[in-house]
Design a protein around this ligand. Structure first.
Ligand code: 13P
Length: 269
């Protein structure tokens, strides 16, 4: 079955509004080079979304994502300083079509767990807003060191708890990003981490697909897009993306430059 190939840029906190203008100016002529078979999403910081909207909001070659929202806050609940709600995202004047759910950095720094992530997905399922989640899962180095069976159990727990009461119909809208924490970002000395090898990434994405078969069914699992994330860049993208169960990438550092992001979309086609 042919699956949708999706490349996502996750800018995290690193881009300012001025950086976003610069990126968009660089991207304007380059977007022509994006293969039509590859969907491109950019998850920008909330403050930068309006700039992406200004440049690409009416252009379906780039779809806009936020990186998180807070659960349990509605226009009628008590005041919650600092929160961003699904209601605000839905009613945004920007055409926000995606949200990253459960990124490992949000899990760690905002202390959210699988239950919280499940509540986010349930809110999205109930909202019928059409906003699609990119659900991030992945293990730290301790788990990886304990071997494949422990890894399987860990990914299964993240998926089973995160997807509790998620219908098959809504599941078809979810993209899963497999992001091993040990491969994301930089080491403490500032040097780049190594990506997972293509074999490691393929093995994990295959495990994820087989868990989806158990939780749902073969047809659904065959159709779902599973991205790999963790030090993917133009240089290693082709090898990672040529694996049978890897249908895209979620890219941090290398997504901040328009040319490098476009090169990754080319490697994906
Ligand atoms: P890096 O590509 O910087 O390792 O980040 C990956 C990631 O966390 C994407 O969500």
């Amino acid at each position: 079955m042919s699956r949708q190939i999706i490349i996502g840029g996750n800018w995290k906190h690193s881009m300012t509004e001025a950086d976003t203008v610069e990126f968009c100016e660089e991207m304007k002529p380059l977007i022509e080079q994006k293969p039509t078979s590859v969907k491109l999403i950019i998850a920008a910081p909330d403050l930068c979304i309006h700039i992406l909207e200004r440049y690409f909001g009416k252009d379906d070659r780039i779809e806009i994502s936020v990186q998180h929202f807070d659960i349990g806050v509605s226009p009628t609940t008590g005041a919650r300083t600092g929160a961003t709600t699904l209601n605000q995202i839905e009613k945004s004047e920007s055409n926000i079509q995606w949200v990253i759910i459960g990124h490992s950095e949000v899990r760690e720094y905002s202390h959210i767990d699988n239950r919280y992530i499940n509540q986010q997905l349930l809110e999205l399922q109930e909202s019928k807003s059409g906003i699609r989640p990119i659900l991030c899962i992945g293990e730290d180095f301790d788990i990886r060191e304990q071997g494949t069976e422990v890894l399987k159990d860990y990914l299964k727990k993240q998926l089973t708890e995160g997807l509790a009461d998620i219908s098959a119909e809504f599941m078809k809208k979810i993209v899963i990003a497999y992001e091993p924490i040990w491969a994301i970002g930089k080491k403490t000395d500032g040097s780049a981490k190594e990506s997972a090898t293509s074999d490691q990434a393929q093995e994990s994405c295959n495990i994820i697909r087989s868990i989806i078969i158990e939780l749902y069914n073969q047809e659904l699992a065959d159709g779902i897009t599973i991205q790999y994330g963790g030090s993917m860049k133009a240089k290693n993208a082709e090898e990672l993306l040529s694996q049978t169960d890897i249908d895209g990438g979620l890219i941090g550092g290398a997504s901040k430059e328009a040319q490098s992001l476009i090169d990754i979309t080319k490697a994906a086609s």
